[in-house]
Each structure stands twice: as structure tokens, then as C-alpha cells.
Write a protein that binds this ligand. Sequence first.
Ligand code: ASP
Ligand code: MG
Length: 411
Amino acid sequence: MPVLVMKFGGTSVATLDRIRRAAKRVGVEVAKGYDVIVIVSAMSGETNKLVGYVDETSPLYDAREYDAVVSSGENVTAGLMALTLQEMDVPARSWQGWQVPLMTNSAHASARIEEIPTDNINAKFGEGMKVAVVAGFQGISPEGRITTLGRGGSDTTAVAFAAAFDAERCDIYTDVDGVYTTDPRVCEKARKLDRISFEEMLELASLGAKVLQTRSVELAMRYKVKLRVLSSFEEQSDEAGTLVCDEEEIMESNVVAGVAYSRDEAKMTLVSVADRPGIAAAIFGPLAEAGVNVDMIVQNISEDGRTDMTFSCPTTEVARAEKAMNDLKENGELNFAEIITDADVAKVSVVGIGMRSAAGVAAKMFKVLSDDGVNIQVITTSEIKISVLVARKYMELAVQALHDAFELDKA
Ligand code: ASP
Ligand code: MG
């Protein structure tokens, strides 16, 4: 039997009614002749609640116990989904991560999947089970403890199962009807895309589009899993939603596919550090060790052997970054005059594989922003993306202006 993976996010299983609605969708696919693997998230809000319990009990928690607690939301929905399907006379069974067993490494709270053996579930399919309902987001470490895959990790569970079982497709059911050219809450002209390439989706996801966990897109790209994002709240046709696929499967694409933003960025500048070999390693090594996710980096021109080093990171990591730098200074390992932090910036990016062959995208982006009086503070580029840091108050304006300028409202 061909296998289909269907993943239901938190809002799609938020109530018993919604679980019934999702189960009906599963029943439709079973009737078409698929063996279905359903991956469920916790009911919406549930994981946040569990994380809150852990934080309140133990601010510097043991990550193994964090995982024991926060993985539990998915167990509830897996069992309820299996029961609902059984009530509809669809032979279904729930599976927790350890029962599969979905093997991960020991990096609690952000574990990586190492292996998904297919024998247990396939044996049950062989005995007439039509649906395996698997608790998303969780696995088991080599030490035999429950792990979780990081927030939003059920997407990654779903794609990994699709790869392991060689599924025909991996359908991600969520509360939006697909992937948009930009966030419709910021730009009302945002348009749903019928198709988007893995590369573009990967950039959009890592730049802040929240529809898929970044790692799930990485996995889908590596194993060429056909990934579809669609709404569980609308009547579905086979063409619904957005297909994330190989660029060869997209006939004609715009130079720019989408505009992404991330609101909570901070810009930090170390003023007057020595301009010598090893200085970047001396700064960014310790930042990485302190768990600071550095994004953009600019080293300014130097004068008299001293230079300024500017970088960006999430606002939530500013305190950690400042502490790491001040510790280095106190220990005499790094000398600088001061740290200037601007926690009021946002990152706006344009993404598109068409940029590889089209010149002038950056120039156009900069002109559009300058026409609107938006000052660009830092720029980075890759082959298919250009990102700028701007004052946060201009973020929405910048997104809208770029969406207009690159005519993303037109197919
Ligand atoms: N329930 C987990 C979370 O909220 C995993 C997921 O839904 O993807 O992060
Ligand atoms: Mg999600």
C-alpha cells in the first residue's frame, strides 16, 4: 500500500471537535487506499503551559526532566486521535516516540533524529492497521530517556517519517491555507503560493516565517520529500495549499518569491577592538559557547590598528552576549572600549532563486527602501537572499514597499 503522512498542528487538534474533523480527513485518505501515518502536535497552548510549569518549578531545569514534561502533550492527542478513528471504524493505533522507536541523540530539548526503524509499524500495517497515529516532537535517546526535537518539532517528525517510509507525500495541516509571499497580517496584498522550492522555503523558514520548522524543510530537501502545507479548516481538493518541491517542478517563478521579517533583532557593536588575526575567533567563539545565535556580522574599517565589530542576534540573547563579552574583558582576553546595543531593530529579507540569474535585485531593494526614507543599518546577502537590518518602527513599511516593488501580489 502507498503510504501517506498527515501532520496536524496544535490548532487542528485543539478540541475534540477539531480532532474529529481531522480524523475525517484521515478517513478520506484511507478510503483512497493509503496506509496513513498521522503525526499529531499537542493541543494548542498545551506545550506552552507545560513549559511554564517547568520554568516555574525549576528556572535552571534539568533538560531531561523538561523533556519528560513537555513531551506529554502529544501523548494525549495521539491517544485521542486513535480513539476517534476507531469510533469511525478506521483501524488505528497510537505510538509514542519510544514505541516506534524514534531514535535521537542526547541533545535534550533540541534532539536530532538518528533513525526511524519501520518494522514495528509496518508489521501492524500488515496485520490490518490502517492508521498509525504517532506523537510528534518526541523521541528516545541512546540512554533510553525521552527527548524532544525543539519547539515546532512535530513538522520534523512528520518529514522524517515520510522519508523513512518512502511516503508518497507529507501533508502538513495547519491553521493557514499555505505559504504566502509574506505575512498577511503585515501586508494585506500577500498572496498564497501554489508552489515554492525547498531552497526558498528553507530561507523563509529560517528568516522567521513560522509555518514550518526550519529543520523539517532541511530534511525534506535532503530526502526529496514532497511537502504540502494546507489548512485543516477548509474543504480540500488535491490542489489545495502550497507544495514545497524541487525547483525543477516549478515552471516559471518570480525573481523574488517572498519577503520575510524577524521583529526581535538586536544590533550590538564592540567599539575599538584590536584589528589583528584571531580577533573574530576571540569574539564569536565565546559568543557561540554562551549560546548566542549570531546572525549578521560586519567588521568596520580600522584606524590605528583598532576596529569596531558589529553583529546581530535575537533580543532575548542580548544579556547573555553582553555578559560573555564583559567576562572576556575582565579576564583580559579581549579589550574593547564599550558595547553599544540597539535592541530596536528588525530584519527584512527578500528571497528568491531567480536572484541567481537576475542582476539588480539588491540595487532595487535599496532604492525602494531609500525612497521610503528607511535607513539600512546592516546588509547581508546569500545567493538567493538579501537581508537588511532597519529600525523596528519601519519594519512593516519596508515589508509592504518591497512586496509592492517586486510585484509579489501578481502570479
Ligand atoms: N507541541 C510542540 C510545540 O508546541 C511541537 C509542535 O507542535 O510541533 O512546540
Ligand atoms: Mg508548528
